[in-house]
Write a protein that binds this ligand. Structure first.
Ligand code: ADP
Ligand code: ZN
Length: 646
């Protein structure tokens, strides 16, 4: 079995214990490239060790959360090995649409990178192949289906290959939603190219997927580098769904005006409607889902990557490998099916490490709808059971009154990290504004006995809405009609919960479902049933505290906008003016080069320049994120802007 080490990627001290005190020549070469090519001062977390492992010819499995810096873990080894005459690094990446941006970013840094995929003309492909054969490339990105062709394997045999990097390696997992059949065949690389190191990378935290990657790719001898999956810069917030569209608009206007963000919805229809609604409200938004034709989808994705202030409203079809660093929020208007999905989707926020939000509006209807989807699918019983359990865990996260981050980390098996967060992470809604709870034993007993009476006296089961109507003694509207029709007004539980509003009752029902006190029947339209856990509560042997329903959906109205979400936060007036000037310059430069703005420089780098105000090109070179090539290309322009603006 591969060895496993775990640290936080944000760890300041990049040197874990057990490493020899003297620096090897590989370490020195890696460090030199980090500084000269990428402009960074130090490795983060496991980066340094993983890079040495691969650069020295070993296999590696790298599990780091989004934004931790996985790319350098194959880019630098390829460059180190290239310097030693060991050839070109091959990167297998499933996302054709993104290869181009990755390659542009590398070229901006002076790396000789290219890609081979179906979007290339045959003439351009022939040029790339020639460059590979003549040793004129450091890194070559290839789509998996192309790589596996005999023609391509022959090409790769015609010149030295320094390493194989298998990006998004979780695509080998048949259970995951990103499964790519071609990935299963990548084991052939180990057989055809023995002695060429292989590195598999993924941001999927699930331990079962990890085992599958090792097995399917034949990576038994690989060393594993596992980081903590905590994303400290992401603030988690889950609110009650009352009027989701209004809540979403309030959230975006209140804290993310002009920011790039992603809004996830469950269905294509909801995506289209929500995007249209945002546009009506004056928010720049575009839709993305699998039902659109591929040109339109492609166009919207490319605009999202290139523009700074677009909201993408999408189904989960959107997102894998989106490496836009400055996505400031991910919002969910529907409940994801599992914590794995939720974490992967929210993880697309804040790759650049700056403050970001993961916001979700969730309601009872979500639970019922997802249960029905699971039930109505053609999947096997086992699959349905697993899906049901995953949904339960997701509900638990929504309804918890304790730290959401601690719960997430606990779910991914990071018990130590979870324990240190137990006292509160200070950056989730429950830690920031601890939810009010109330003694709910009586209310829960009323709910449970109402379900019990319906079953016992009438042999009937109903969904939440009807049970609540009986509890509240509703005689009006459709609910009242139904009550009259079934004579449910003669039940002893009729009207016993009249003092609570329907919304309060819904919150109680949801929590009872999440905590296993009530079961929703998968088979029959979301009817409510008692469980083994109901009995002790009904008998008065157990007391229950629940979080209190909050009217505005749980969102605290502090009146203050969050300063940390402003990219110029912490700069003085001159710095802020300089930052703005640099951003305008970057926009023009990115248009001129036909690349996304962040490929030129990240906000973080511009901010650092605005703070340091270097007046020489040499001083500019000290700023993190400014490598040799960019210094050469843009140094003089930037120094001129600094001098003009300050
Ligand atoms: P991942 O693929 O793990 O999601 P990336 O490789 O895209 O992450 O890296 C995320 C961001 O962090 C990138 O902008 C990258 O340039 C930056 N980065 C990576 N390593 C370092 C480092 N050692 N120091 C500073 N920035 C880094
Ligand atoms: Zn917390």
């Amino acid at each position: 079995m591969p060895s496993v080490e775990r640290t936080g990627y944000a760890a300041r001290d990049p040197a874990p214990t057990g490493r020899p005190a003297t620096r090897t020549s590989t370490e020195a070469a890696a460090q030199e490239i980090l500084q000269r090519v990428f402009g960074y001062a130090a490795f983060r977390g496991h980066q340094g060790d993983a890079i040495v492992q691969v650069a020295d010819g070993g296999d590696a499995l790298i599990l780091m959360p989004t934004g931790a810096g996985k790319s350098l873990c194959y880019q630098i080894p390829a460059l180190v090995r290239g310097q030693r005459g060991l050839g070109c690094g091959i990167v297998v990446s499933p996302l054709i649409a993104l290869m181009q941006d990755q390659v542009s970013a590398l070229r901006e840094s002076g790396v000789r990178a290219a890609y081979l995929n179906s979007t290339l003309s045959s003439q351009r492909a022939a040029e790339v192949e020639r460059d590979f054969r003549t040793g004129a490339l450091d890194l070559l990105y290839v789509a998996p289906e192309r790589l596996l062709t005999e023609r391509c394997l022959q090409l790769l045999s015609s010149a030295p290959v320094s390493l194989f990097a298998i990006d998004e390696a979780h695509c080998v997992s048949q259970w995951g939603h990103d499964f790519r059949p071609e990935y299963m065949q990548l084991e052939v690389l180990g057989k055809r190219f023995p002695g060429v190191p292989r590195v598999a990378l993924t941001a999927t935290a699930d331990p079962a997927t990890r085992v599958e990657i090792v097995e399917r790719l034949g990576l038994d001898a690989a060393r594993s580098f596992v980081s903590s999956f905590d994303r400290p810069n992401i603030r988690y917030e889950i609110v009650e769904k009352v009027d989701p569209r209004r809540q979403l608009v309030d959230f975006i206007r209140g804290e993310h005006a002009g920011h790039a963000g992603i809004v996830y919805c469950l269905s294509r229809r909801r995506v289209d409607e929500t995007a249209a609604h945002l546009v009506e409200q004056g928010i720049k938004a575009l839709p993305y889902h699998a039902g659109m034709d591929s040109d339109a989808r492609q166009k919207n994705q490319s605009r999202f990557l290139r523009e700074d202030d677009l909201v993408m409203v999408a189904t989960i079809a959107f997102g894998m490998g989106i490496d836009k660093p400055d996505v400031r929020f991910v919002a969910h208007l529907d409940l994801p099916k599992s914590i794995e999905g939720y974490y992967q989707e929210t993880g697309r926020a804040g790759r650049d490490g700056a403050a970001s939000d993961a916001w979700m509006a969730y309601g009872l209807q979500d639970v019922v709808q997802l249960r029905r989807m699971i039930d109505e699918s053609d999947a096997s019983e086992q699959y349905k059971r697993v899906s049901g359990a995953k949904l339960d865990a997701m509900l638990g996260l929504c309804e918890t009154a304790t730290c959401r981050r601690a719960m997430l980390l606990g779910y991914f098996g990071e018990d130590d990290a979870a324990a240190t967060r137990q006292a509160g992470c200070g950056n989730c809604d429950n830690c920031l504004v601890p939810p009010e709870t109330f003694e709910a034993t009586m209310a829960v007993q009323q709910l449970l006995s109402c379900i019990y009476r319906l079953k016992k006296e009438r042999n009937q089961s109903f969904g939440a809405l009807h049970v609540i109507a009986v509890l509240r003694g509703d005689r009006a509207g459709r609910a009242g009609e139904k009550i009259g029709q079934w004579q449910h007004d003669t039940l002893s539980t009729f009207g016993i919960g009249a003092e609570r509003s329907e919304l309060e009752w819904r919150a109680i029902v949801r929590q009872c479902i999440a905590f296993g006190l009530v079961d929703v029947d998968h088979e029959s339209y979301g009817t409510l049933h008692l469980t083994a856990r109901s009995r002790p509560v009904l008998r008065g042997e157990e007391t229950i505290r629940l979080r209190r329903f909050v009217k505005d959906g749980g969102r605290k109205k502090s009146g203050k906008t969050r300063k940390d979400l402003d990219p110029a936060d912490g700069l003085d007036a001159t710095g802020a003016a300089l930052f703005d000037a640099l951003r305008s310059w970057r926009l023009a430069a990115s248009r001129e080069h036909g690349v996304p703005a962040y490929v030129i420089f990240h906000d973080g780098t511009l901010k650092e320049i605005a703070r340091a105000r270097p007046t020489t090109v040499t001083a500019l070179g000290e700023v993190s994120g400014v490598g040799e090539k960019k210094l050469e290309a843009y140094g003089r322009d930037i120094v001129a802007i600094v001098e003009r603006t300050t």
